[in-house]
Design a protein around this ligand. Structure first.
Ligand code: HEC
Length: 157
């Protein structure tokens, strides 16, 4: 009986480990959601201003990308080195070019020591109301982004 209980307990905790990460990851994503409020007033790069066609349509055929003040200097020419810690990039994905409906809001934040094997990026995706869909060291995110310079995809070519 004791073993059955143990098994149930273990499977409960394993079951919680989905792409939302653990509760710590989810909490961090919620903090990042607060931190990015007002991002549509953040800077964009010259060649990725306003809504653009996505390179691969992962988060919608059209996207818009913003950078915080930490990330921005790395994009002034073309990025060739790692971004500084504290860098955040926010991307909205849309189905149509007018951006009338947002499919998802994806965020990357570089946090010292968070995930050294994958560029120390924290990955998160949100609904427009801030509900967390994915959070933490999300392999589906970094496995695609690994081809970018320091995992940044939009300006690596
Ligand atoms: C199959 C490939 C793929 C996957 C999976 C993917 N992305 Fe991206 N991502 C891209 C591409 C390509 C871009 C460049 C913009 C565009 O063309 O849409 C991009 C851009 C971004 C950007 C803007 C900064 C940059 O790197 O260009 C953020 C933020 C982002 N993705 C977050 C995420 C998050 C969070 C996940 C996981 C939930 C994720 N991405 C999964 C391909 C992917």
């Amino acid at each position: 009986m004791k073993n059955v209980f143990l098994l149930l307990t273990i499977s409960f905790f394993v079951g919680c480990e989905d792409d939302k990460g653990n509760s710590e990851d989810e909490k961090m994503a919620e903090d990042i959601w607060q931190e990015i409020q007002g991002y549509s007033n953040w800077d964009q790069t010259v060649d990725w201003t306003d809504i653009k066609s996505s390179l691969d349509g992962t988060h919608g055929n059209f996207v818009q990308i913003w950078l915080n003040q930490e990330a921005l200097p790395s994009f002034e020419d073309s990025i060739s080195t790692d971004l500084p810690y504290g860098s955040i990039s926010v991307k909205e994905g849309y189905s149509s070019i007018d951006g009338s409906s947002i499919n998802t809001i994806t965020v990357m934040k570089k946090i010292e020591g968070f995930d050294p094997d994958h560029g120390d990026w924290f990955w998160a995706s949100f609904d427009t109301n801030g509900d967390v869909n994915k959070a933490g060291s999300v392999s589906s995110c970094y496995n695609c982004h690994i081809s970018g310079i320091d995992y940044i995809k939009f300006k690596s070519h």
